[in-house]
Ligand binder design. Structure first.
Ligand code: SAM
Length: 334
């Protein structure tokens, strides 16, 4: 396959993620009134198997919980926060935050993805009243870069290939003269939801290091969340890897992380103060309330619990925080 085909296979994973989310919403695992407007009409009726729905549910609840706690910490400190979502695809998190109980706590929310994806998303936002009204008045929502970017008072969508040196892509995008999109002095959360696996370890490192340097100029703590597949060295992991390769997707970013204990290195190697990782299997077993677990178990028949645990054991959420050197803000534990 050519590099072009390989990139288009990577971009296709966004439709897969959005369809998985839509399926989990339609089966009442999750609530998300916004995802429908971002999924191509032709795909609207495709439900996913129960195992995928449960996985999508656990992943979504786990990440939501961490993002909520970050928004709460900032509220305790009396400041607004910034979120940067890398490889955001058709994610609806911005809309869910801004219409939920933590609305008003964001000073900026920036999404980055390939130009093909951001162009599609910008058009979908423009076309959907439901999506655009959350961004502000129509006159405050502006397309940029020939339709590849979109800007509004809080929400920004910009195109970039994250494998390229950030100093060539993100620097100029963030440095709007007079008012940079992101302030280094506010608490900022980086989200990498299912994206670093598609990049080489070197490219991921440069990216995280670039943000670490950018925010070290200011006094705001930097948080990070990575969701990814890991541990392809056992027999089950190898089968998963082969399946993806057969679809033309390669996963160079999985290789350095053989087990869950290795995952916090994603952040610790960039001198983060703390980092932790949990597999979806452990989150499902330990962190979903009994009441929720009961509700979920009634939604669909799922008899392959062993298979579910095997799959969920190969996905993890890793999170870390880098406190500013003077230790001045966000002292609370995250
Ligand atoms: N974060 C979203 C979610 O979890 O629902 C989308 C995940 S999807 C599996 C992966 C996304 O990462 C796709 O939208 C893809 O286009 C994007 N992506 C992968 N490699 C990228 C790169 N080098 N530059 C920009 N975006 C990239």
């Amino acid at each position: 396959a050519t590099a072009r085909d390989a990139d288009s296979a990577i971009r296709q994973t966004d439709t897969d993620a959005a369809l998985a989310r839509l399926s989990a919403v339609q089966k009442h695992y999750l609530q998300d009134p916004f995802v429908k407007a971002l999924v191509p009409r032709a795909h609207l009726q495709q439900a996913r198997p129960p195992l995928i729905n449960v996985g999508t549910y656990v992943r979504s609840e786990g990440i939501d919980e961490l993002v909520d706690r970050w928004l709460d910490l900032a509220e305790q400190e009396g400041v607004k926060v910034q979120v940067v979502s890398l490889g955001a695809g058709s994610d609806t998190r911005f809309w869910r935050i801004e219409t939920g109980s933590r609305k008003g706590r964001l000073s900026a929310y920036l999404e980055v993805d390939f130009a093909e994806i951001t162009t599609k998303k910008a058009m979908a936002i423009k076309k959907s009243k439901e999506l655009s009204k959350v961004l502000g008045q129509p006159e405050d929502i502006k397309l940029g870069s020939g339709g590849m970017a979109l800007h509004s008072p809080i929400y920004h969508l910009i195109p970039a290939d994250l494998r390229l040196p950030p100093s060539e892509t993100l620097s100029s995008a963030l440095a709007t003269p007079g008012s940079p999109l992101l302030s280094p002095s506010l608490p900022t959360l980086l989200l990498f939801e299912c994206v670093l696996v598609y990049m080489s370890p070197e490219a991921s490192c440069s990216l995280i290091q670039w943000f670490t340097d950018y925010f070290s100029q200011g006094s705001g703590p930097l948080g990070g969340i990575v969701y990814e597949m890991f541990g392809l060295s056992d027999s089950f992991g190898r089968v998963m890897h082969e399946n993806l390769k057969a679809r033309g997707v390669s996963l160079p970013g999985v290789v350095p992380y053989p087990d869950v204990a290795s995952l916090p290195q994603r952040f610790l190697q960039h001198s983060f103060s703390t980092a932790h990782a949990l597999t979806l299997r452990d989150i499902r077993r330990t962190y979903i309330s009994l009441e929720e677990a009961g509700r979920i178990s009634k939604l669909e028949m799922l008899d392959e619990i062993e298979e579910l645990e095997l799959v969920l054991g190969h996905y993890a959420i890793t999170w870390g925080v880098k406190l500013p050197d003077d230790g001045s803000s966000l002292k609370a534990h995250w």
